[in-house]
Design a protein around this ligand. Sequence first.
Ligand code: AMP
Length: 120
Amino acid sequence: MNYDNNNIFAKILRGEIPCDKIYEDDFVLSFYDISPQKKIHALVIPKGKYVDLDDFTVNASSEEMVGLLKGINKVAKKLGISVDTGKGYRALANISEHGGQEVPHLHFHLFGGEKLGKMI
Ligand code: AMP
């Protein structure tokens, strides 16, 4: 699938649509999900144009990959849910049709702030 420049997260990255920002650096933008499924529900997206995790894995630079993983860790720390707090969280990426992905720009959901129970 080709990257759609008009997807909602592309518009957020360009500043055309507002978001409730949590964190930003050269590699990632993080903001609260507009429709939270858990007490804490954040999204972390790479700044590069990647449709999904497969696209990212094949086409992103090593620097971008490290930037995304470190970004997730920084956001978890900022939200007070990282492992060193004794809490923890769930990071989840939906991938393509069977994965239930709705927005075609790679994003990790970070769920936390409460016990999450079984995954499915
Ligand atoms: P997915 O099904 O993995 O593609 O998840 C897309 C997520 O994006 C959903 O959880 C939506 O609630 C969320 N979402 C859609 N539009 C916005 C927006 N403008 N700001 C924040 N989150 C959004």
